[in-house]
Design a protein around this ligand. Structure first.
Ligand SMILES: NC(=O)c1ccc[n+]([C@@H]2O[C@H](COP(=O)([O-])OP(=O)(O)OC[C@H]3O[C@@H](n4cnc5c(N)ncnc54)[C@H](OP(=O)(O)O)[C@@H]3O)[C@@H](O)[C@H]2O)c1
Length: 327
C-alpha cells in the first residue's frame, strides 16, 4: 500500500481508501452486516488505513457499521472520513435545497442539501456518536448547498478544527469556482469528486487548479460502481432496488465492453483482475491523492487493496491511454 498526504492537511491516507456507500445498503439492494464488517477488516488487514463514509449512506447505518468494525482497533492508526450536509430526517424544517426523494422500505424520504452552521454542528455530533469516536479525521461537505453562503460553511468547519472535533476539512462535488471561493475562507484539504476511466472531466478544470494549489483530490466511483469490473457484462445481476439499474444507463455498453476487452490481456499479464487494473490506473493519474474503492465483502476489499501491488510502466500507461482514446 502507498500512503499519501492529503493536500496541505496533516492527514496521510492510504492510496486505496475504503468506500462505505454500498454497505449502507440503501440504493444498493442491501448488504449483510457481517459481510460489511468483514470488508472493513479485510481492508485494514491489507494496508488500508482510511475509510470514507457519510451519514446519508444507509441513513446512518454505514457510519454505525464502521463504528462497530473499529471496536478494539487502535483509533490513531485509522483515518475516518465522513461528511455532512445531506439531511433526510426533517430536522432542517424545509430549509436548504431539496435534492431528491429517496425511497426506503416503500417510504418516500425527501433529501435536502443543507450546509448551514447550525446543521453542521448538529450533524457532526450525530456522526461521532454513530462512529463511536471523539474526532473525525476529515469532515467533508457532501454536496454544494446554494442556499448557504460558502463562507458560513467554511467558518463552521474552521471552528470544528479549532475545537479538535475534526482534524481537517474538505468538500465534495464542488466545481472549480466553488473550490476557489471556499479556499478564501478555509485551508481546504480536499475535494471529493467522481473520477474514472469513463469520467475524466476534472482533468480539464479542477485538477490543474488543485495541483497548483496543493489541494487534495479524492476520486470516487473509480469502478463506475462495479461496471468496470466487467462482471455486469457476464453473469452478475442487479437487484430491483439497486440504483445502478438506472446509473449504468449513462454508459454505452458496447464501448465499455470493447474497452475492457482491450484491457483484459494487460490485466491478465499482471495476474490482476480488470477491477485491480482500473483502480491502479486511477491511483496514478495526475492530481489524484487517493482512490475510494467501494467493497461489499472481504474478497472485494482484499482485491481492491492489492491493486496497489501492480506496477504500470510508461508504455503500459500509454497503451491504456490509447485504448481510452479509441473507445
Ligand atoms: N461524495 C459523493 O457524492 C460520493 C458518491 C459516490 C461514491 N462516493 C464514495 O466513493 C466510494 C466508492 O464509490 P462507489 O462505491 O460509488 O463505487 P465503486 O468504488 O466504483 O464501485 C463499488 C462497487 O463495485 C463492486 N466491486 C467493488 N470491488 C469489486 C471487485 N474487486 N470486483 C468486482 N466488483 C467489485 C461492488 O458492488 P457489487 O458487488 O454489488 O457490484 C462495490 O459496491 C463510495 O463507497 C463512497 O465512499 C462518494
Amino acid at each position: 500500500m502507498e500512503y499519501r498526504k492529503l493536500g496541505k492537511s496533516p492527514l496521510e491516507l492510504s492510496a486505496i481508501t475504503y468506500g462505505a456507500f454500498a454497505i449502507g445498503g440503501s440504493m444498493w439492494g442491501g448488504n449483510e452486516r457481517k459481510d460489511s464488517i468483514a470488508a472493513i477488516h479485510a481492508s485494514i488487514d491489507n494496508g488500508v488505513t482510511s475509510l470514507d463514509t457519510a451519514p446519508f449512506y444507509g441513513f446512518g447505518l454505514s457510519e454505525e457499521i464502521i463504528g462497530d468494525a473499529l471496536a478494539g482497533k487502535d483509533r490513531t492508526k485509522v483515518q475516518i472520513l465522513t461528511k455532512f450536509g445531506l439531511v433526510w430526517d426533517g430536522s432542517n424544517n424545509g430549509k436548504g435545497e431539496h435534492f431528491f426523494d429517496a425511497e426506503e422500505n416503500g417510504k418516500i424520504i425527501p433529501v435536502y442539501k443543507y450546509a448551514a452552521k447550525e446543521n453542521i454542528i448538529k450533524e457532526v455530533e450525530e456522526s461521532l456518536k454513530r462512529l463511536k469516536t471523539d474526532y473525525v479525521d476529515l469532515l467533508q461537505l457532501h454536496w454544494p448547498d446554494a442556499s448557504t453562503p460558502i463562507d458560513e460553511t467554511m467558518e463552521a468547519l474552521q471552528t470544528l478544527i479549532q475545537q479538535g472535533k475534526i482534524k481537517a476539512a474538505g468538500v465534495s462535488n464542488y466545481s472549480l469556482d466553488q473550490v476557489v471561493t471556499a479556499a478564501q475562507t478555509l485551508e481546504l484539504a480536499s475535494n471529493q469528486v467522481p473520477y474514472s476511466m469513463l469520467n475524466r472531466s476534472i482533468e480539464q478544470d479542477l485538477v490543474p487548479y488543485t495541483t497548483a494549489n496543493n489541494i487534495g483530490i479524492i476520486a470516487y466511483s473509480p469502478l463506475e460502481r462495479g461496471l468496470l469490473s466487467g462482471k455486469y457484462f457476464a453473469d452478475a445481476k442487479l437487484k430491483s432496488d439497486d440504483h445502478r439499474n438506472g446509473y449504468f444507463g449513462q454508459f454505452n455498453p458496447e464501448k465499455v465492453k470493447a474497452l475492457l476487452a482491450d484491457l483484459q490481456p494487460l490485466a491478465a499479464s499482471k495476474n490482476a483482475s480488470l477491477a485491480q487494473l482500473v483502480l491502479r490506473w486511477t491511483s496514478v493519474q495526475k492530481g489524484i491523492s487517493v482512490v475510494l474503492a467501494g467493497a461489499r465483502n472481504a474478497a472485494q476489499a482484499e482485491s481492491n487493496a492489492k491493486a496497489m501491488d501492480i506496477t504500470l510502466s510508461t508504455e503500459e500507461l500509454q497503451f491504456i491511454q490509447q485504448a481510452l482514446a479509441k473507445h
